[in-house]
Design a protein around this ligand. Structure first.
Ligand SMILES: *[C@@H]1O[C@H](CO)[C@@H](O)[C@H](O)[C@H]1NC(C)=O
Ligand SMILES: *[C@@H]1O[C@H](CO)[C@@H](O)[C@H](O)[C@H]1NC(C)=O
Length: 286
């Protein structure tokens, strides 16, 4: 190091001789002093005295607890930062002659602002926010982050991260209630839901079949006779609560048949009468 500095100085002196007067050009690690190029002090040192015609710059190590980071002509080193315990700070890396001490917040705390002169206690991450371990290690900001789409946190906690929504598909189920940032997806059995769709469809289909049957009964008088005994039974299935016992049949027949016929055979009072008459005779037979 010293030898390199010597060479530099020599070069600078030579250059200085080439260009006498005001315009002196010194190397990077030198500075101009009284028309001469003096060496700067290296990182970790400070200047004691400028160079002269006979002497190089005199540098000395920074005193303990101080640092000096660059090539300098300063006569003072800078004191290390002190990590104030009552500001919540602790030493992250101890300083030396060339580097400042770096402080960080104590465990469970984070910087109150970007300058990080003081620390504040971590608050529990609220519902919809999750604890992020990397941010907690960093201690620069709150370790809580909003739960991203597809994740949730339903507790206020200093340790719980956001968890992924349950996958109903993986469980062979279907989504009943969508998830939010603070609640999980709620699944339900897929079979049940298909049943709940099937039942009304079946009911509708049966109703239609019955309707069609009645239609043909009414329009083809001869066919009507052969088909008639079947009509009361399908009607009971359509009702759902039907109880195919003999003693209920007359009641339901009397109540429901005209109603169904009214909707299906609008504007055909004659046909309706016919249907009633033939059914009456059927009931009498039973
Ligand atoms: C001084 O500290 C810095 C950063 O902590 C490190 O990189 C460097 O090696 C240290 N220097 C000495 C001489 O210990
Ligand atoms: C949070 O969600 C989990 C998973 O859905 C559930 O087991 C737990 O009971 C919920 N806790 C609260 C406080 O809602």
């Amino acid at each position: 190091m010293k030898k390199l500095g010597l060479l530099g100085l020599l070069g600078a002196v030579l250059l200085g001789c080439w260009e006498p007067g005001d315009a002196i050009r010194c190397f990077d690690k030198q500075y101009e002093h009284k028309g001469k190029c003096c060496n700067r002090c290296q990182p970790g040192e400070k200047l004691v005295s400028e160079c002269s015609d006979t002497e190089y710059s005199d540098c000395t190590r920074c005193e303990s607890g101080h640092y000096q980071q660059s090539w300098t002509k300063e006569r003072h080193c800078t004191p290390h930062d002190i990590c104030e315990d009552n500001a919540g700070l602790i030493v992250k890396t101890q300083g030396n002659a060339t580097h400042n001490t770096v402080c960080q917040c104590q465990d469970g705390m984070h910087c109150s602002d970007t300058s990080c002169q003081t620390c504040v206690e971590n608050q529990p991450c609220q519902r919809g926010f999750g604890f992020v371990a990397a941010k907690a290690v960093d201690r620069m900001s709150s370790p809580c982050e909003p739960c991203a789409e597809g994740t949730f946190s339903n507790v206020s906690s200093k340790t719980e991260p956001c968890y992924r929504w349950t996958s109903c598909e993986e469980k062979g189920l279907v989504v009943k209630v969508k998830g939010t940032d603070s609640s999980d997806v709620i699944c339900e059995s897929g079979k049940r839901s298909s049943l709940s769709v099937l039942i009304p469809i079946t009911a509708v289909v049966i109703t239609c079949l019955v309707g069609i049957c009645i239609y043909f009964l009414v329009h083809t008088e001869e066919g009507g006779c052969s088909c008639l005994p079947l009509t009361p039974a399908p009607l009971q299935i359509e009702e759902g609560r039907g109880n195919p016992t003999e003693n209920q049949q007359p009641m339901e027949d009397g109540e429901d048949m005209p109603h169904v016929q009214e909707t299906l055979l609008k504007g055909q009072p004659v046909a309706q009468e016919d249907g009633k008459e033939s059914r009456m005779s059927e009931q009498e037979k039973l």
